[in-house]
Design a protein around this ligand. Structure first.
Ligand SMILES: NC(=O)c1ccc[n+]([C@@H]2O[C@H](COP(=O)([O-])OP(=O)(O)OC[C@H]3O[C@@H](n4cnc5c(N)ncnc54)[C@H](O)[C@@H]3O)[C@@H](O)[C@H]2O)c1
Length: 379
């Protein structure tokens, strides 16, 4: 095979961007599109001159595609991916890979059983600052991590929430800021700092007429005794994105698209034990971090997925690692609803029971003004 025949399932805001990228990439033939909405499907199929399907399984059975990108609302990612894997079709799933860790487990198991490539659209992993940050940590530049923190204060208007019937409902989306906006930063947060073993979280709805959370915060505990702090919201303006990881030998901060790294001349623990002066502290220097020249964004992830299919290139965003952000999301929601800390891995049966009860209590949307426009900064 020297080209991948690609199908895009869900051609709304994000799926349309994936269609455009598939048409640009060498080694990809856009072979089919699918959207459950007949008018959306027809328009995209005519625009691209490829067959359109309103049912994902019909596209998968058509024999037209080697791989699919799933850009439907989140609940549909696992069933469509599992149906694809059963037919030997490679999958790139939009984030989050699923709404619940149990559904993600099933998806990961189906991918493994099929031997197909499974990737997730966590495009922030392709950005040079995150690659460089990961390298510092892998090379021991921070030493033993003792503190992590993430502040993700974003903003969304009510018009955003009203733009789709599925958005910000327990039945349609399965959560609010945690399941929709936070997955990208949570993926980077766990990619750099690992998964905690304990989450003490709270979730609230503060600014919007929605039934799910628009604010979430948590205190985290890690196996090595480290702790962390987390905040995510769609209520903050101007926005703030800060990620900090502090270790015995140094600290990194990622803020406003910039990576900073401080290296300690002497480890924090060694200085504490060895210093004789009352007011001394370990000396630190800020180190200039060389950033790799890389292709980044959605296009880089789709290109890497295609290279993995054609040449067995390692995936930059392996689908099974999509479970990490989901452990954080489910853990914070579960802990918030119980009013108690929860352990990670999250108890699958307990979270499934919670999400089912939240879905049962869902009052749905009083007002929908449909718009399918993806965030301009991702175009
Ligand atoms: N990676 C990113 O940067 C990024 C950015 C935005 C959205 N997303 C993700 O992309 C997904 C879609 O978000 P969006 O903003 O494009 O939503 P959207 O509402 O604009 O588009 C979703 C489309 O899927 C279609 N659809 C719904 N159910 C379907 C089904 N069962 N089969 C086929 N089509 C179906 C809808 O008709 C709609 O056209 C979400 O999971 C979201 O988290 C990722």
């Amino acid at each position: 095979m020297d080209r991948v025949r690609m199908g895009i399932i869900g051609t709304g805001g994000m799926g349309s961007a994936h269609v455009a990228i598939a048409r640009e990439l060498d080694c990809v033939t856009l072979a089919a599109v699918c959207d459950i909405d007949e008018a959306v499907c027809r328009a995209k199929s005519e625009e691209c001159g490829v067959p359109g399907f309103t049912n994902a399984e019909e596209l998968l059975d058509s024999g037209l595609v080697d791989a699919v990108i799933i850009a439907t609302p989140h609940y549909f990612h696992p069933p469509i991916a599992i149906a694809a894997f059963r037919r030997g079709i490679h999958v790139l799933s939009e984030k989050p890979i699923a709404v619940t860790v149990s559904a993600a487990d099933a998806m990961i198991a189906a991918a493994k059983a099929s031997g197909c490539k499974f990737a997730v659209m966590y495009q922030m992993r392709t950005e040079s600052i995150h690659i460089a940050a990961r390298r510092i940590i892998e090379e021991g530049g921070l030493g033993d991590i003792y503190r992590t923190s993430m502040i993700m204060g974003w903003y969304r208007s009510q018009a955003y929430y009203d733009s789709g019937g599925w958005r910000a409902t327990w039945t349609g989306e399965g959560g609010g800021v945690l399941i929709n906006q936070a997955p990208h930063m949570l993926d980077i947060f766990t990619w750099l700092g690992g998964l905690p073993t304990m989450i003490h979280g709270r979730t609230r709805t503060r600014l919007h007429e929605i039934e799910v959370e628009d604010e979430a915060f948590a205190v985290l505990e890690y196996a090595n005794g480290a702790h962390g702090y987390l905040y995510a919201s769609t209520t903050e303006a101007p926005g703030t994105d800060v990620l900090e990881i502090a270790g015995d030998r140094g600290k990194i901060r990622i803020q406003e698209g910039r990576l900073r790294y401080w290296r300690l001349e002497e480890a924090r623990s060694e200085h504490a034990a060895g210093a004789t002066e009352m007011w001394s502290s370990p000396k630190s220097e800020e180190v200039e971090v060389p950033l790799p020249e890389v292709q980044s964004g959605h296009k880089a992830v789709q290109a890497n997925f295609v290279d993995a299919i054609l040449h067995d290139t390692p995936l930059v965003t392996p689908g099974e690692e999509g479970i990490n952000a989901l452990e954080m999301i489910n853990g914070m929601i579960l802990s918030g609803h119980k009013g108690q800390p929860v352990t990670v891995p999250v108890d699958r049966a307990e979270y499934d029971a919670l999400i089912e009860s939240l879905k049962a209590s869902s009052s749905g949307k009083a007002r929908v003004r449909e718009q399918r426009v993806t965030d301009p900064k991702f175009q």
